[in-house]
Design a protein around this ligand. Structure first.
Ligand SMILES: Cc1cc2nc3c(=O)[nH]c(=O)nc-3n(C[C@H](O)[C@H](O)[C@H](O)COP(=O)(O)OP(=O)(O)OC[C@H]3O[C@@H](n4cnc5c(N)ncnc54)[C@H](O)[C@@H]3O)c2cc1C
Length: 410
Protein backbone atom coordinates (compact mmCIF):
# COMPACT_ATOMS: atom_id res chain seq x y z
CA UNK A 1 0.00 0.00 0.00
CA UNK A 2 1.28 3.47 -0.94
CA UNK A 3 1.54 5.89 1.97
CA UNK A 4 1.08 9.58 1.38
CA UNK A 5 0.22 12.62 3.40
CA UNK A 6 -0.94 15.39 1.13
CA UNK A 7 -3.40 15.45 -1.74
CA UNK A 8 -4.72 18.16 -4.05
CA UNK A 9 -8.22 18.03 -5.51
CA UNK A 10 -8.88 20.03 -8.69
CA UNK A 11 -12.51 21.21 -8.83
CA UNK A 12 -14.98 21.92 -6.02
CA UNK A 13 -18.07 20.42 -7.61
CA UNK A 14 -19.83 17.50 -5.90
CA UNK A 15 -17.17 15.07 -7.22
CA UNK A 16 -14.17 17.05 -6.00
CA UNK A 17 -15.67 17.90 -2.63
CA UNK A 18 -16.69 14.30 -2.04
CA UNK A 19 -13.17 13.11 -2.95
CA UNK A 20 -11.64 15.73 -0.65
CA UNK A 21 -13.93 14.75 2.22
CA UNK A 22 -13.08 11.04 1.79
CA UNK A 23 -9.32 11.80 1.71
CA UNK A 24 -9.59 14.07 4.74
CA UNK A 25 -11.61 11.38 6.55
CA UNK A 26 -8.64 9.03 5.89
CA UNK A 27 -6.35 11.51 7.68
CA UNK A 28 -4.73 13.27 4.72
CA UNK A 29 -4.00 16.97 4.37
CA UNK A 30 -6.14 18.05 1.41
CA UNK A 31 -6.20 21.26 -0.62
CA UNK A 32 -9.07 21.88 -3.05
CA UNK A 33 -8.39 24.23 -5.97
CA UNK A 34 -11.49 25.67 -7.63
CA UNK A 35 -11.53 27.97 -10.66
CA UNK A 36 -14.80 29.79 -9.89
CA UNK A 37 -15.42 32.17 -7.02
CA UNK A 38 -17.94 29.70 -5.57
CA UNK A 39 -18.15 25.97 -4.83
CA UNK A 40 -20.76 23.55 -6.21
CA UNK A 41 -19.93 23.64 -9.93
CA UNK A 42 -23.03 22.51 -11.79
CA UNK A 43 -25.00 22.60 -8.53
CA UNK A 44 -25.83 26.28 -8.23
CA UNK A 45 -28.76 27.69 -6.28
CA UNK A 46 -30.07 31.23 -6.32
CA UNK A 47 -32.91 33.14 -4.68
CA UNK A 48 -35.60 35.00 -6.62
CA UNK A 49 -36.73 38.46 -5.50
CA UNK A 50 -39.75 36.91 -3.77
CA UNK A 51 -37.53 34.62 -1.69
CA UNK A 52 -38.06 31.39 -3.67
CA UNK A 53 -34.86 29.31 -3.78
CA UNK A 54 -34.32 27.90 -7.27
CA UNK A 55 -31.70 25.78 -9.02
CA UNK A 56 -29.71 27.05 -12.01
CA UNK A 57 -28.10 23.61 -12.31
CA UNK A 58 -28.91 20.20 -10.81
CA UNK A 59 -32.31 19.97 -9.17
CA UNK A 60 -33.90 16.53 -8.81
CA UNK A 61 -32.73 14.05 -6.21
CA UNK A 62 -34.15 10.55 -6.56
CA UNK A 63 -35.36 8.60 -3.54
CA UNK A 64 -32.62 6.01 -4.22
CA UNK A 65 -29.78 8.57 -4.53
CA UNK A 66 -28.17 7.05 -1.46
CA UNK A 67 -24.93 9.03 -1.43
CA UNK A 68 -26.69 12.38 -1.94
CA UNK A 69 -29.05 11.56 0.91
CA UNK A 70 -26.27 10.36 3.17
CA UNK A 71 -24.18 13.49 2.46
CA UNK A 72 -27.15 15.80 3.06
CA UNK A 73 -27.86 14.02 6.33
CA UNK A 74 -24.23 14.20 7.46
CA UNK A 75 -24.31 17.99 7.10
CA UNK A 76 -27.88 18.52 8.37
CA UNK A 77 -29.21 19.68 5.02
CA UNK A 78 -32.94 18.89 4.90
CA UNK A 79 -34.36 17.41 1.73
CA UNK A 80 -37.86 18.51 0.72
CA UNK A 81 -40.12 16.22 -1.29
CA UNK A 82 -40.89 18.07 -4.51
CA UNK A 83 -44.54 17.05 -4.79
CA UNK A 84 -44.07 17.18 -8.58
CA UNK A 85 -42.89 14.35 -10.81
CA UNK A 86 -39.71 14.40 -12.86
CA UNK A 87 -40.70 11.46 -15.01
CA UNK A 88 -44.49 11.70 -15.43
CA UNK A 89 -45.14 15.05 -17.08
CA UNK A 90 -48.46 16.38 -18.24
CA UNK A 91 -48.25 16.62 -22.05
CA UNK A 92 -48.57 20.14 -23.40
CA UNK A 93 -49.15 21.67 -26.86
CA UNK A 94 -51.05 20.79 -30.03
CA UNK A 95 -51.13 17.07 -30.82
CA UNK A 96 -49.53 16.12 -27.49
CA UNK A 97 -50.14 12.42 -26.81
CA UNK A 98 -51.85 11.70 -23.46
CA UNK A 99 -49.70 10.23 -20.70
CA UNK A 100 -51.39 6.82 -21.00
CA UNK A 101 -50.39 6.61 -24.70
CA UNK A 102 -46.82 7.62 -23.84
CA UNK A 103 -46.62 4.95 -21.19
CA UNK A 104 -47.88 2.31 -23.62
CA UNK A 105 -45.23 3.44 -26.12
CA UNK A 106 -42.50 3.25 -23.47
CA UNK A 107 -43.55 -0.27 -22.52
CA UNK A 108 -43.32 -1.25 -26.20
CA UNK A 109 -39.85 0.34 -26.27
CA UNK A 110 -38.74 -1.75 -23.28
CA UNK A 111 -40.11 -4.91 -24.93
CA UNK A 112 -38.33 -4.06 -28.23
CA UNK A 113 -35.08 -3.39 -26.34
CA UNK A 114 -35.31 -6.72 -24.52
CA UNK A 115 -35.59 -8.48 -27.90
CA UNK A 116 -32.32 -7.00 -29.23
CA UNK A 117 -29.03 -8.89 -29.11
CA UNK A 118 -26.12 -7.19 -27.25
CA UNK A 119 -24.28 -6.24 -30.48
CA UNK A 120 -27.35 -4.31 -31.66
CA UNK A 121 -27.67 -2.51 -28.33
CA UNK A 122 -23.98 -1.54 -28.52
CA UNK A 123 -24.18 0.03 -31.95
CA UNK A 124 -27.65 1.63 -32.04
CA UNK A 125 -28.50 5.16 -30.98
CA UNK A 126 -31.62 5.88 -28.92
CA UNK A 127 -33.00 7.93 -31.84
CA UNK A 128 -32.58 5.14 -34.38
CA UNK A 129 -34.02 2.63 -31.92
CA UNK A 130 -37.14 4.67 -31.08
CA UNK A 131 -37.91 4.98 -34.81
CA UNK A 132 -38.24 1.18 -34.96
CA UNK A 133 -40.63 0.84 -32.01
CA UNK A 134 -44.14 -0.06 -33.18
CA UNK A 135 -46.48 2.45 -31.65
CA UNK A 136 -48.32 5.71 -31.78
CA UNK A 137 -46.42 8.49 -33.61
CA UNK A 138 -47.75 11.28 -31.38
CA UNK A 139 -46.47 9.34 -28.36
CA UNK A 140 -43.13 8.72 -30.11
CA UNK A 141 -42.81 12.44 -30.77
CA UNK A 142 -43.37 13.70 -27.20
CA UNK A 143 -41.32 10.86 -25.71
CA UNK A 144 -38.49 11.84 -28.07
CA UNK A 145 -38.78 15.49 -26.96
CA UNK A 146 -38.66 14.48 -23.31
CA UNK A 147 -35.72 12.07 -23.61
CA UNK A 148 -33.69 14.41 -25.86
CA UNK A 149 -34.14 17.02 -23.14
CA UNK A 150 -32.94 14.65 -20.43
CA UNK A 151 -29.91 13.65 -22.54
CA UNK A 152 -29.42 17.33 -23.50
CA UNK A 153 -28.72 16.07 -27.01
CA UNK A 154 -30.22 14.83 -30.25
CA UNK A 155 -31.11 11.19 -29.54
CA UNK A 156 -29.43 10.16 -32.80
CA UNK A 157 -26.16 11.04 -31.04
CA UNK A 158 -26.93 9.06 -27.86
CA UNK A 159 -25.92 5.40 -27.37
CA UNK A 160 -28.82 3.07 -26.64
CA UNK A 161 -26.45 1.14 -24.34
CA UNK A 162 -26.09 4.24 -22.15
CA UNK A 163 -29.74 3.81 -21.13
CA UNK A 164 -28.84 1.33 -18.43
CA UNK A 165 -30.86 -0.76 -16.02
CA UNK A 166 -33.87 -2.98 -16.42
CA UNK A 167 -36.75 -1.49 -18.40
CA UNK A 168 -34.99 1.87 -18.83
CA UNK A 169 -37.83 3.47 -20.79
CA UNK A 170 -40.94 2.75 -18.70
CA UNK A 171 -41.57 5.39 -16.06
CA UNK A 172 -41.37 4.08 -12.53
CA UNK A 173 -43.35 5.52 -9.68
CA UNK A 174 -40.68 7.53 -7.98
CA UNK A 175 -40.45 10.23 -5.36
CA UNK A 176 -38.17 13.20 -5.93
CA UNK A 177 -36.46 15.59 -3.54
CA UNK A 178 -34.41 18.78 -3.50
CA UNK A 179 -32.54 20.47 -0.67
CA UNK A 180 -34.95 22.97 0.88
CA UNK A 181 -32.10 25.44 1.35
CA UNK A 182 -30.94 24.86 -2.26
CA UNK A 183 -28.88 21.91 -3.50
CA UNK A 184 -25.76 24.06 -3.46
CA UNK A 185 -25.95 24.14 0.33
CA UNK A 186 -24.76 20.50 0.28
CA UNK A 187 -21.59 21.70 -1.51
CA UNK A 188 -21.19 24.70 0.80
CA UNK A 189 -21.44 22.48 3.88
CA UNK A 190 -18.99 19.96 2.45
CA UNK A 191 -16.54 22.78 1.65
CA UNK A 192 -16.96 24.31 5.11
CA UNK A 193 -16.02 20.95 6.63
CA UNK A 194 -12.67 20.99 4.79
CA UNK A 195 -9.65 22.94 6.02
CA UNK A 196 -8.32 24.30 2.71
CA UNK A 197 -10.66 25.12 -0.18
CA UNK A 198 -9.32 27.87 -2.46
CA UNK A 199 -11.70 29.46 -4.95
CA UNK A 200 -10.45 31.59 -7.86
CA UNK A 201 -7.70 29.04 -8.55
CA UNK A 202 -7.94 27.79 -12.16
CA UNK A 203 -5.51 24.92 -12.65
CA UNK A 204 -3.64 24.86 -15.99
CA UNK A 205 -1.33 21.90 -15.69
CA UNK A 206 -0.34 18.84 -13.68
CA UNK A 207 3.13 17.33 -13.61
CA UNK A 208 4.18 14.15 -11.89
CA UNK A 209 7.42 12.29 -11.43
CA UNK A 210 8.70 9.84 -8.82
CA UNK A 211 5.28 9.72 -7.19
CA UNK A 212 5.23 13.51 -6.53
CA UNK A 213 2.74 15.84 -8.14
CA UNK A 214 3.01 19.53 -9.03
CA UNK A 215 -0.19 21.38 -9.85
CA UNK A 216 0.16 24.68 -11.75
CA UNK A 217 -2.19 27.62 -11.28
CA UNK A 218 -0.80 30.36 -13.52
CA UNK A 219 2.61 31.23 -12.05
CA UNK A 220 1.89 29.39 -8.77
CA UNK A 221 2.77 25.77 -8.01
CA UNK A 222 1.31 23.46 -5.38
CA UNK A 223 2.97 20.18 -4.46
CA UNK A 224 1.44 16.96 -3.15
CA UNK A 225 1.76 13.19 -3.19
CA UNK A 226 -1.41 12.65 -5.22
CA UNK A 227 -4.13 14.54 -7.05
CA UNK A 228 -7.78 14.02 -7.90
CA UNK A 229 -8.81 15.69 -11.15
CA UNK A 230 -12.53 16.41 -10.70
CA UNK A 231 -13.30 18.74 -13.60
CA UNK A 232 -15.64 18.04 -16.54
CA UNK A 233 -14.20 15.90 -19.36
CA UNK A 234 -13.60 18.69 -21.92
CA UNK A 235 -11.83 20.74 -19.22
CA UNK A 236 -9.63 17.78 -18.21
CA UNK A 237 -8.83 17.32 -21.92
CA UNK A 238 -7.43 20.88 -22.02
CA UNK A 239 -5.19 20.59 -18.94
CA UNK A 240 -1.49 20.16 -19.72
CA UNK A 241 -0.30 16.87 -18.21
CA UNK A 242 3.42 16.15 -17.97
CA UNK A 243 4.07 13.39 -18.91
CA UNK A 244 1.13 13.35 -21.33
CA UNK A 245 -1.85 11.18 -20.42
CA UNK A 246 -2.02 7.71 -22.00
CA UNK A 247 -3.41 8.03 -25.53
CA UNK A 248 -6.61 6.05 -24.82
CA UNK A 249 -7.52 8.28 -21.86
CA UNK A 250 -6.67 11.47 -23.77
CA UNK A 251 -8.90 10.31 -26.64
CA UNK A 252 -11.75 9.32 -24.30
CA UNK A 253 -11.65 12.75 -22.59
CA UNK A 254 -11.35 14.69 -25.84
CA UNK A 255 -14.13 12.88 -27.66
CA UNK A 256 -16.76 12.69 -24.93
CA UNK A 257 -19.52 15.07 -26.00
CA UNK A 258 -21.23 17.42 -23.56
CA UNK A 259 -24.96 17.96 -23.98
CA UNK A 260 -26.43 21.47 -24.03
CA UNK A 261 -28.97 22.50 -21.39
CA UNK A 262 -30.28 25.62 -19.66
CA UNK A 263 -32.35 26.41 -16.62
CA UNK A 264 -34.93 29.15 -16.17
CA UNK A 265 -37.05 30.29 -13.23
CA UNK A 266 -39.56 33.06 -12.70
CA UNK A 267 -41.47 34.22 -9.63
CA UNK A 268 -45.26 33.91 -9.46
CA UNK A 269 -47.78 36.05 -7.64
CA UNK A 270 -49.84 33.05 -6.55
CA UNK A 271 -48.74 29.92 -4.73
CA UNK A 272 -49.15 27.39 -7.57
CA UNK A 273 -50.45 23.84 -7.30
CA UNK A 274 -47.65 21.33 -8.03
CA UNK A 275 -47.32 20.39 -11.69
CA UNK A 276 -44.86 19.21 -14.30
CA UNK A 277 -45.56 19.87 -17.98
CA UNK A 278 -43.66 18.74 -21.08
CA UNK A 279 -43.94 20.49 -24.45
CA UNK A 280 -44.74 18.00 -27.21
CA UNK A 281 -42.64 19.59 -29.92
CA UNK A 282 -39.65 20.93 -28.00
CA UNK A 283 -37.26 19.50 -25.41
CA UNK A 284 -38.47 21.93 -22.78
CA UNK A 285 -40.54 21.34 -19.67
CA UNK A 286 -41.56 23.27 -16.59
CA UNK A 287 -42.70 22.54 -13.07
CA UNK A 288 -43.64 23.98 -9.72
CA UNK A 289 -42.36 22.20 -6.62
CA UNK A 290 -42.41 22.33 -2.85
CA UNK A 291 -40.00 24.41 -0.83
CA UNK A 292 -38.65 23.65 2.63
CA UNK A 293 -41.95 24.48 4.36
CA UNK A 294 -43.67 21.70 2.40
CA UNK A 295 -45.70 24.23 0.40
CA UNK A 296 -45.13 24.98 -3.28
CA UNK A 297 -42.68 27.81 -3.86
CA UNK A 298 -44.03 30.90 -5.59
CA UNK A 299 -42.19 30.27 -8.84
CA UNK A 300 -42.09 28.20 -12.01
CA UNK A 301 -38.84 26.48 -12.99
CA UNK A 302 -38.01 25.17 -16.43
CA UNK A 303 -35.35 23.11 -18.21
CA UNK A 304 -34.42 23.05 -21.89
CA UNK A 305 -32.07 20.31 -23.13
CA UNK A 306 -30.48 19.75 -26.58
CA UNK A 307 -28.93 22.27 -28.97
CA UNK A 308 -32.16 22.48 -30.93
CA UNK A 309 -34.07 23.65 -27.83
CA UNK A 310 -31.32 26.21 -27.04
CA UNK A 311 -31.66 27.54 -30.59
CA UNK A 312 -35.48 27.74 -30.42
CA UNK A 313 -35.45 29.56 -27.07
CA UNK A 314 -32.44 31.75 -27.88
CA UNK A 315 -30.70 30.77 -24.62
CA UNK A 316 -27.19 30.94 -26.03
CA UNK A 317 -27.98 34.40 -27.43
CA UNK A 318 -28.94 35.41 -23.88
CA UNK A 319 -32.59 35.96 -24.83
CA UNK A 320 -35.19 35.67 -22.08
CA UNK A 321 -38.42 36.65 -23.86
CA UNK A 322 -39.06 33.45 -25.89
CA UNK A 323 -38.67 31.21 -22.84
CA UNK A 324 -40.73 33.52 -20.65
CA UNK A 325 -43.55 33.49 -23.22
CA UNK A 326 -43.41 29.69 -23.50
CA UNK A 327 -43.61 29.29 -19.71
CA UNK A 328 -46.46 31.79 -19.54
CA UNK A 329 -48.40 29.86 -22.21
CA UNK A 330 -47.87 26.59 -20.31
CA UNK A 331 -49.12 28.10 -17.03
CA UNK A 332 -52.14 30.23 -17.97
CA UNK A 333 -53.45 30.16 -14.37
CA UNK A 334 -50.33 31.91 -12.98
CA UNK A 335 -49.23 35.55 -12.91
CA UNK A 336 -45.49 35.66 -13.63
CA UNK A 337 -43.78 38.54 -11.87
CA UNK A 338 -40.34 40.21 -11.89
CA UNK A 339 -37.38 39.40 -14.13
CA UNK A 340 -36.78 35.69 -14.76
CA UNK A 341 -33.36 34.13 -14.15
CA UNK A 342 -31.76 31.92 -16.79
CA UNK A 343 -28.44 30.14 -17.17
CA UNK A 344 -27.15 28.51 -20.37
CA UNK A 345 -24.58 25.86 -19.48
CA UNK A 346 -23.45 25.39 -23.09
CA UNK A 347 -21.57 28.70 -22.66
CA UNK A 348 -20.05 27.98 -19.26
CA UNK A 349 -16.24 28.31 -19.45
CA UNK A 350 -15.60 25.78 -16.67
CA UNK A 351 -17.94 23.10 -17.96
CA UNK A 352 -18.13 23.66 -21.73
CA UNK A 353 -21.60 22.07 -21.77
CA UNK A 354 -24.18 20.69 -19.38
CA UNK A 355 -23.23 17.06 -18.73
CA UNK A 356 -21.76 14.08 -20.53
CA UNK A 357 -23.68 12.65 -23.46
CA UNK A 358 -22.52 9.30 -24.73
CA UNK A 359 -22.40 8.24 -28.37
CA UNK A 360 -21.76 4.51 -29.03
CA UNK A 361 -17.97 5.01 -29.46
CA UNK A 362 -17.63 6.94 -26.19
CA UNK A 363 -19.75 4.37 -24.39
CA UNK A 364 -17.35 1.60 -25.41
CA UNK A 365 -14.45 3.66 -24.00
CA UNK A 366 -16.27 4.52 -20.74
CA UNK A 367 -14.11 2.51 -18.29
CA UNK A 368 -10.94 4.31 -19.36
CA UNK A 369 -12.21 7.58 -17.85
CA UNK A 370 -12.14 6.23 -14.28
CA UNK A 371 -8.67 4.67 -14.53
CA UNK A 372 -5.96 6.34 -12.42
CA UNK A 373 -2.59 7.30 -13.91
CA UNK A 374 0.11 6.92 -11.24
CA UNK A 375 -0.69 9.45 -8.49
CA UNK A 376 -3.55 11.01 -10.51
CA UNK A 377 -7.14 9.79 -10.03
CA UNK A 378 -10.11 11.06 -12.03
CA UNK A 379 -13.54 11.94 -10.68
CA UNK A 380 -16.62 13.69 -12.06
CA UNK A 381 -20.04 12.64 -13.26
CA UNK A 382 -18.51 11.45 -16.56
CA UNK A 383 -16.35 8.90 -14.74
CA UNK A 384 -19.33 7.16 -13.08
CA UNK A 385 -21.10 5.82 -16.13
CA UNK A 386 -23.85 4.02 -14.15
CA UNK A 387 -25.13 7.39 -12.93
CA UNK A 388 -23.50 9.84 -15.33
CA UNK A 389 -25.00 13.33 -15.49
CA UNK A 390 -26.22 13.27 -11.89
CA UNK A 391 -25.26 14.58 -8.45
CA UNK A 392 -25.30 11.00 -7.17
CA UNK A 393 -22.80 9.94 -9.85
CA UNK A 394 -20.54 12.90 -9.05
CA UNK A 395 -20.48 12.17 -5.30
CA UNK A 396 -19.89 8.46 -5.87
CA UNK A 397 -17.05 9.22 -8.31
CA UNK A 398 -15.28 11.35 -5.71
CA UNK A 399 -15.39 8.56 -3.15
CA UNK A 400 -14.15 6.06 -5.73
CA UNK A 401 -11.25 8.31 -6.82
CA UNK A 402 -10.21 8.77 -3.17
CA UNK A 403 -10.33 5.00 -2.66
CA UNK A 404 -8.18 4.42 -5.74
CA UNK A 405 -5.48 6.71 -4.35
CA UNK A 406 -5.68 5.27 -0.85
CA UNK A 407 -5.38 1.72 -2.19
CA UNK A 408 -2.51 2.46 -4.59
CA UNK A 409 0.28 -0.07 -4.44
CA UNK A 410 2.79 1.41 -6.94
C1 LIG B 1 -28.89 22.28 -16.30
C2 LIG B 1 -28.50 21.07 -15.50
C3 LIG B 1 -29.47 20.33 -14.87
C4 LIG B 1 -29.13 19.20 -14.13
N1 LIG B 1 -30.10 18.53 -13.46
C5 LIG B 1 -29.77 17.52 -12.62
C6 LIG B 1 -30.74 16.93 -11.78
O1 LIG B 1 -31.92 17.33 -11.79
N2 LIG B 1 -30.34 15.92 -10.95
C7 LIG B 1 -29.04 15.49 -10.90
O2 LIG B 1 -28.74 14.58 -10.11
N3 LIG B 1 -28.10 16.05 -11.68
C8 LIG B 1 -28.42 17.04 -12.55
N4 LIG B 1 -27.46 17.66 -13.30
C9 LIG B 1 -26.11 17.08 -13.35
C10 LIG B 1 -25.24 17.46 -12.16
O3 LIG B 1 -25.25 18.86 -12.00
C11 LIG B 1 -23.81 17.02 -12.44
O4 LIG B 1 -23.77 15.66 -12.83
C12 LIG B 1 -22.89 17.19 -11.22
O5 LIG B 1 -23.17 18.36 -10.51
C13 LIG B 1 -21.47 17.19 -11.73
O6 LIG B 1 -20.58 17.35 -10.65
P1 LIG B 1 -19.02 17.28 -10.93
O7 LIG B 1 -18.34 17.53 -9.65
O8 LIG B 1 -18.70 16.07 -11.71
O9 LIG B 1 -18.73 18.49 -11.95
P2 LIG B 1 -18.88 20.06 -11.70
O10 LIG B 1 -20.04 20.34 -10.87
O11 LIG B 1 -18.83 20.69 -13.05
O12 LIG B 1 -17.58 20.43 -10.86
C14 LIG B 1 -16.33 20.62 -11.48
C15 LIG B 1 -15.68 21.82 -10.83
O13 LIG B 1 -14.41 22.03 -11.40
C16 LIG B 1 -14.21 23.43 -11.56
N5 LIG B 1 -13.17 23.65 -12.57
C17 LIG B 1 -13.29 23.63 -13.92
N6 LIG B 1 -12.10 23.88 -14.48
C18 LIG B 1 -11.21 24.04 -13.48
C19 LIG B 1 -9.82 24.30 -13.44
N7 LIG B 1 -9.09 24.44 -14.55
N8 LIG B 1 -9.24 24.42 -12.21
C20 LIG B 1 -9.95 24.29 -11.06
N9 LIG B 1 -11.28 24.04 -11.06
C21 LIG B 1 -11.89 23.90 -12.25
C22 LIG B 1 -15.57 23.93 -11.98
O14 LIG B 1 -15.70 25.31 -11.78
C23 LIG B 1 -16.48 23.11 -11.06
O15 LIG B 1 -16.71 23.76 -9.85
C24 LIG B 1 -27.78 18.80 -14.04
C25 LIG B 1 -26.79 19.56 -14.68
C26 LIG B 1 -27.15 20.68 -15.40
C27 LIG B 1 -26.06 21.49 -16.07
Amino acid sequence: MHTFERAIVVGAGFAGLSAARALADAGLAVTVLEARERVGGRVWSTTLTNGAIVELGAEWIRADDAVVRETAERFDVDLAETGASYSRREPWGPGAAPLADQERFLELADAALAALVPSQVETLTVGAFLETVEGDDAARSIVTSRLAGTCANDLHEVALASFGGERPFASHDERFFRAGSGNQSIASELAASLPDVRTGHAVDGIEHSDGRVTVRVGPLSEHADAVVVAVPAPIAARLVFTPALPADLATALRSLVMGAASKFAVATKERPVPRSRQLADMSMWCWTANGRDGKTRRCVSSFAGSREAQESLGTTRGELAPWLEAVRAMNPDLTLVDEPVMYAWADDPYTLGAYSSWDPASWIRRDVLARPVGPIAFAGEHTEHDRHGTMEGALRSGRRAARQLLERSD
